[in-house]
Design a binder for this molecule. Structure first.
Ligand code: GCU
Length: 572
């Protein structure tokens, strides 16, 4: 494997002439750019530039090609990427927050390979997430953002996650799907594997950890096989004990290992009953945040030090979970959640969806693609405990229900082990909750409505949550609540945008929700302040609802949460 992160040549293409001028065969660099990172915060003149722009890098591949396939994997490129190698088009990918892999076997040379990428992040109504949506009563919040995003975070662009080169043998393991059950103190692990071009070979599946080791040899029939392993006195995975076993799957023929895949396995179950989320059969209360992949100078990318800091801060306040708002997070983030024991609501990039007929079929096709890509990538993470199909869809149009029924069926066909939900601002009129497994709502009474008046907001919140629960009778997560607090702004008595008001609002919300047994979790919006497009309601082009600043310093509300949540990890 070879990492291609680092400095690449870069050239903005505001006249959109690059394709016509064949820049894919190499272009005169205009400047250097660092990947993985957005381009918007690397140069002043690129702050609001959404593309097109061209990247190029040169590399050697001294490795042998004998009986191998050679591939390039992009962790993510926002929004549309076209890729060439040595002047030949490899392909393209639409969608800004999930990986894609392109084969280069027949085109790669030992020396002097030229990799070129054209990327653009144009905001369009028939993209997901949409942008430039004509304001309409049913179809969008008219946020008057510049750039005109239909969502409340900056539309950063570029190669935002790592790029790697790797090879696999022609006869290889194509996919491994791990599902776990528990029975008493025994762990049950099922390992389904698919192999390509496997001729009279078998798979050796071994699981090891905590003094336990078991191996199964399973013959491959019509390209696949399933191995079952029983682990007596198993160490189950949970936030307070994120135990992980080493799984190794080897493709073997005549006593030789031709290919192998290793991954970490957490033995746990996640179920929903009347009002509760059950982890390993016991109720667990989700305490945590919505987050963003957002860091000064990097844009839509968290350098390892910032990622580690976010986890340390979540642990410091006593959180046990987060939602990947509003797009799947990096591979590194997901691996950290497994290792450190955080429950993850994994969410597709479907934020700001609207259901006007025009462009609807394309938005559905994209949402299906992203749902499948997300589940394919994240299905083996024990930390992922549910799939969220969207955030705050404008679901007042009737077409919304059919749209989400379609996506829920797809998600459940791909993964029968996890609950499926979406996150709504509508509440009782989000009729998709009839067929989804649990209810998730975002609530800002005392901020966008009843501004500055918590004595009015809290009773309204209480009536509202009771009504939602009465209608859907499912566990209810309040997936967003909070207030902007300009760092260092103080007022007594509390006033909106002061840290004291943010602290008071969060405190009153949590105090109320702790009295409602059907509330299965509370996620504060947001862990950290983050960049947005410009708008009158976003001073400095920032959303200040973080309980930590953008450079990860605690506000009063962070200390409040530590007092409220640090008491008991996991349960209420
Ligand atoms: C919404 C939305 C967030 C947004 C937040 C806010 O609920 O889901 O993306 O940032 O409200 O307005 O602060």
């Amino acid at each position: 494997m070879r990492h291609l992160s680092g400095k690449w040549d870069f050239r903005p293409d505001p006249q959109n002439q690059g394709t016509r001028k064949r820049w894919f065969r190499g272009f005169t660099k205009d400047r250097a750019i660092t990947i993985p990172a957005s381009w918007n915060e690397q140069y002043k003149d690129l702050r609001d530039y959404l593309g097109p722009a061209w990247y190029q890098t040169r590399f050697d591949w001294p490795g042998s090609h004998q009986n191998k396939g050679i591939f390039i994997r992009f962790g993510s490129v926002n929004y549309l990427a076209q890729v060439w190698l040595n002047g030949f088009k490899l392909g393209q990918h639409e969608g800004g927050h999930l990986p894609f892999v392109l084969e280069v076997t027949r085109l790669i040379k030992k020396k002097g390979n030229l990799l070129v990428v054209r990327a653009e992040g144009f905001l369009k109504p028939d993209r997901v997430p949409p942008g430039n949506v004509p304001p309409g009563p049913l179809d969008s919040f008219n946020n008057n953002f510049n750039p005109p995003a239909s969502f409340d975070f900056f539309p950063f662009c570029g190669i935002q996650r790592p790029v790697i080169l790797f090879s696999v043998p022609n006869e290889s393991i194509q996919d491994v799907t791990v599902t776990t059950e528990i029975s008493g103190n025994t762990g049950l692990v099922q390992v389904k594997s698919l192999a390509t071009n496997a001729k009279d070979s078998a798979l050796r599946v071994s699981l090891e950890g905590f003094g336990f080791k078991a191996t199964r040899e399973v013959p491959i029939q019509s390209g696949g096989c399933t191995a079952f392993l029983k682990i007596p006195k198993a160490k189950f995975w949970a936030p307070s004990s994120p135990h992980l076993y080493q799984l190794k799957v080897e493709l073997r023929r005549a006593d030789k290992t031709i290919d192998q895949i290793k991954l970490l396995v957490g033995i746990r179950t996640i179920k929903i009953n009347k009002n509760k989320i059950l982890l390993n059969g016991k109720p667990i209360f989700l305490k945590g945040f919505g987050r963003h992949e957002d860091f000064p100078g990097k844009g839509r990318n968290l350098p390892p030090s910032a990622l580690a800091k976010d986890y340390r801060n979540m642990r410091w306040v006593g959180a046990n979970s987060f939602r990947t708002t509003h797009y799947p997070y990096s591979d590194e983030d997901m691996a950290m959640a497994d290792r450190l024991g955080f429950l993850v609501i994994d969410e597709t990039p479907a934020v700001g969806l609207f259901f006007k007929k025009e462009g609807l079929a394309r938005r559905l096709k994209l949402c299906r693609q992203f749902t499948k890509e997300m589940i394919d990538r994240d299905k083996n993470h024990p930390s992922v405990v549910m799939w969220s199909l969207a955030n705050e869809p404008h679901s007042k149009r009737a077409a919304a229900q059919g749209f989400f029924k379609n996506l829920a069926q797809l998600a459940r066909s791909l993964d029968q082990t996890r609950p499926v939900t979406l996150v709504s601002y509508l509440g009782t009129s989000e009729n998709s909750f009839r067929f989804l497994d649990l209810v998730c709502v975002n609530r800002y009474f005392g901020w966008y409505t009843e501004p500055g008046d918590l004595d009015k907001a809290i009773p309204r919140l209480s009536r509202d949550l009771d009504a939602i629960h009465r209608k859907f009778k499912k566990p209810l997560l309040v997936t967003e609540f909070g207030a902007d607090a300009i760092p260092g702004s103080h007022a007594n008595p509390p006033i909106m945008f002061s840290e004291e008001y943010q602290e008071a609002m969060i405190s009153r919300y949590i105090e109320l929700m702790n009295k409602k047994p059907y509330i299965a979790g509370t996620h504060v919006w947001n862990l950290c302040d983050f960049r947005t497009a410009q708008a009158t309601h976003r001073p400095n082009s920032m959303n200040y609802k973080g309980v930590f600043t953008r450079d990860r310093r605690p506000k009063l509300a962070a200390h409040l949460l530590r007092r409220l949540w640090k008491t008991k990890r996991g349960n209420r």
